[in-house]
Design a protein. Structure first.
Length: 396
């Protein structure tokens, strides 16, 4: 057993540009997307012998198509790393990429690893339709195909109906609870697009985004800097006839991958690099499934407490924007938080939400922002379908 807990450093973080559903990255297999960011991460640290990587952790929310058979291990092999490097795939739905970071950091902190890669991947464009095996052999009737792109499918009938509402209806429930109107949601979404466009224009993503070779996509594909309050107001509610949640104030369906290089002190010396940030703490919590959007509320509080920090200490806070209503609901429960530190470079409403990759994107973005600031405390957090929240605190 370890005699002490080791410090865990983020040496580097990369991600692909995020593609829209059926867009520029839809022709790329998810295992190739994962391999791309793993290879790019290793190439950016030439002093590190790839054989020094003790394990590769990757989040993947669906895993029903070309990302089956442990996409982390497939990424290792496709990236050309030594076959001695193992890989494990984890699934905490929307939190999968951040869960991979947490698990890798935990292994390093306990001394089970010195160097690890952690990330996530999702191709929602290429998520397949699946066919259940029939209850009996040789059925004569038609069989139902289930889309694995997003949300509930093949739901267990023992689940209470109020738990298994659609994700959009869950966002409507949060809007009801906190009395968040359509205008506020649209304004939040608009700000996300404008901040993302400005960040790209200022070159703030240049240091972390690694385009996929052969694909003409250099920037996140869903950013709409031309959006206005008037264009968003014209969109119809999607989940309730009289609702407030629209396509314009919801995150899109996306494709993408992200990865971070994590090390201990010994591993840091092997990289020959200065770290971007250090991982301080994490927390995961559960909530009623239909209120999944509020999942980060308690997780964030616990993670900050474990790090001995408060909202006043935050330099930046990357909160995944699954829905504007969900994000605003969380912010309403953190009145002491300065909203100016939240998603300063835009959020998922504009950048996109490739499920298994999003958590790794958030953690990587926090690390890069802390490095740019020179010091500070950062936080990454996500809501998770079926009612969970996950948060990670980093420092520099």
């Amino acid at each position: 057993m370890p005699t002490s807990i080791r410090d865990v450093y983020v040496v580097d973080a990369v991600r692909t540009p995020i593609g829209k559903f059926g867009g520029a990255l839809s022709g790329v297999r998810p295992d190739d997307l994962a391999a791309h960011v793993v290879r790019a991460l290793i190439d950016r640290t030439p002093d590190l012998d790839p054989a020094r990587v003790d394990d590769v952790y990757f989040g993947d929310a669906n895993g029903a198509g070309e990302d089956n058979r442990d996409v982390a291990r497939m990424a290792v092999l496709l990236a050309g790393l030594p076959v001695s490097v193992p890989g494990v795939t984890v699934n905490r739905l929307c939190g999968s990429g951040l869960e991979a970071v947490v698990q890798a950091a935990r292994a390093i902190a306990l001394g089970d690893a010195s160097v690890a890669v952690a990330g996530g991947v999702e191709s929602m464009s290429r998520a397949p339709y699946v066919l259940q095996k029939p209850e009996r052999a040789f059925p004569a009737g038609h069989q139902q195909l289930h889309s694995t792109t997003l949300g509930w499918r093949m739901t267990n009938p023992a689940m209470p109906a109020e738990w298994t509402v659609s994700l959009g209806e869950g966002a409507e429930l949060v809007a009801d609870r906190h009395k968040i109107g359509r205008e506020a949601q649209d304004a939040f979404a608009l700000a996300s697009h404008h901040k993302a466009a400005a960040a790209w224009a200022e070159g703030l993503y240049d240091g972390e985004v690694v385009p996929y070779e052969g694909v003409a996509l250099l920037r996140d594909e869903c950013i709409r800097e031309s959006s206005t309050p008037e264009t968003l107001a014209k969109l119809k509610p999607v989940f309730r006839p009289d609702g407030t949640v629209t396509a314009g104030n919801s995150s899109p369906l996306n494709d993408g991958a992200a990865a971070l290089l994590l090390v201990d002190e010994e591993g840091l010396r092997a990289t020959g690099r200065e770290p971007l940030a250090r991982i301080r703490s994490s927390a995961v919590t559960g909530i009623e499934p239909q209120l999944f959007g509020l999942g980060p509320v308690e997780a964030v509080g616990r993670a900050l407490a474990r790090a001995g920090r408060t909202f006043d200490d935050l330099t930046t806070f990357e909160l995944n924007e699954a829905f504007a209503a969900q994000s605003l609901g969380c912010l309403a429960e953190w009145p002491q938080l300065d909203p100016a530190v939240v998603n300063p470079r835009g959020g998922a409403l504009a950048l996109g939400h490739p499920l298994g990759a999003s958590g790794a994107r958030l953690a990587g973005s926090v690390a890069h922002q802390l490095a740019a600031a020179g010091s500070g405390t950062g936080l990454a957090a996500l809501c998770i379908g079926v009612g969970q929240g996950l948060a990670l605190v980093l420092e520099r």
